[in-house]
Design a protein around this ligand. Structure first.
Ligand SMILES: Cc1ncc(COP(=O)(O)O)c(C=O)c1O
Length: 379
């Protein structure tokens, strides 16, 4: 089945009771049993919910994986993955990560004895020298948030596979429409479903997709034992959102490419970070491992003036200033004070994230209006 057909149909059957084409919202906390332990596969809604089951199967199909497991947020999914490990286990993560991912690693799991090392994995050669006997997992994002750096999933997975280390890819920025990390050798794909998968800025959710039965069982155990499950209404909204994922992503990519070209030639802009630009350091790799270049980009103004960057962000009328990304509406974010504020300033600057960086989630409005909005705000 091709991607667009899977987005609409995979794992989804008409409702067995009524034939409803849309999966119903099973808004229930429990299920009636005929006699103790004799039931239709559903006992209690933290453990299983039919709306969630359908979404999990659909997500697994989109990532070409066997198992899909949903959590109450992207960070709920990250939390579940990190709970697979024990004190003393070491995790190597790329140094250009979503701020909340860095925060849960350093402020929560480091306190419980997990050891984290943050390394620039945009060069896979940097991985081998930092692996030790206790390294259990490598965690990457690609493209990264917010600098849109590319990490070579196949090259990193060749190293992790040889050493028996798990590779996790946060695929939030690309979405399964643009990139399938399991096909490139990753062991686990993680999503903030809140973003492109939901697509309409109305739901917070996370997901993990993987092939390994044993790890999937452990993650489902954590889903039930720790309880960070999404509600059925949110599962319905995401199922509905996914039905247009391919169409939305096409337009996000088209619009972002046009916006990137516009910004690149603008006399007041010094730097545009977008993997679709030939000048981008990861352009060749992006062409190899992604099917298009996505809807996210960041840029810097000449002169690096903080008041000027703030003035631009306050001047937009079509772009809204806000956290998050991946919705149909265009958003502008100031990573240093918003999405990445939980990373210490020195660490941010060391990784190239300036206080004056502006990040755009290019929506699916008419691109002429977006460019006109950028023109009037930057002028
Ligand atoms: C790349 C990335 N990963 C993970 C997350 C966390 O997801 P959530 O906000 O759904 O918990 C985010 C949120 O912005 C993100 O951008």
């Amino acid at each position: 089945m091709k991607f667009a057909t899977k987005a609409i149909h995979a794992g989804i059957e008409p409702d067995p009771t009524t034939g409803a084409i849309m999966t119903p919202i099973y808004q229930t906390s429990t299920y009636v049993q005929e006699s103790p332990g004799k039931h239709k596969g559903y006992e209690y809604a933290r453990t299983q919910n039919p709306t969630r089951t359908v979404l999990q199967n659909n997500l697994a199909a989109l990532e070409n994986g066997k198992h899909g497991i949903c959590y109450a947020s992207g960070l709920g999914a990250t939390d579940a993955i990190l709970k697979l490990f024990k004190p003393g286990d070491e995790i190597i993560a790329s140094n250009d990560l979503y701020g909340g991912t860095y925060r849960i690693m350093v402020r929560v799991f480091q306190e419980f004895g997990l050891i984290f090392r943050f390394v620039d994995l945009s060069n896979p050669a940097n991985l081998e020298p930092v692996i030790t006997a206790t390294t259990k997992m490598v965690w990457i994002e690609t493209p990264t948030n917010p600098l849109l750096r590319l990490v070579d999933i196949a090259a990193i997975s060749a190293i992790t596979k040889e050493r028996g280390i798990k590779l996790v890819v946060d695929n939030t920025f690309a979405s399964p429409y643009l990139q399938n990390p399991l096909d490139l050798g990753a062991d686990i794909v993680m999503h903030s479903v809140t973003k492109y998968l939901g697509g309409h800025s109305d739901t917070v959710m996370g997901a993990i997709i993987l092939n390994d039965d044993e790890t999937a069982e452990q993650l489902a155990f954590i889903q039930n034992a720790c309880g960070a499950v999404p509600g059925p209404q949110d599962c319905f909204l995401v199922l509905r959102g996914i039905k247009t994922l391919h169409v939305r992503m096409q337009r996000h990519c088209e619009n972002a490419m046009k916006v990137a070209h516009y910004l690149q030639q603008h006399p007041k802009i010094s730097q545009v970070y977008y993997p679709g630009l030939e000048s981008h350091a990861g352009h060749v790799l992006a062409k190899k491992q992604m099917r298009d270049f996505g809807g996210m980009l960041s840029f810097e103004l000449k002169g690096d003036s903080m008041p000027e960057a703030i003035r631009v962000m306050e001047s937009f009328s079509v772009f809204s200033l806000g956290e998050s990304l991946g919705g149909v509406e265009s958003l502008c974010t100031h990573p240093a004070s918003m999405t990445h504020a939980s990373i210490p300033k020195e660490a941010r600057l060391k990784n190239g994230l300036k206080d004056t960086l502006i990040r755009l989630s290019v929506g699916i409005e008419d691109v002429d209006d977006l460019i006109q909005d950028l023109a009037q705000a930057i002028a």
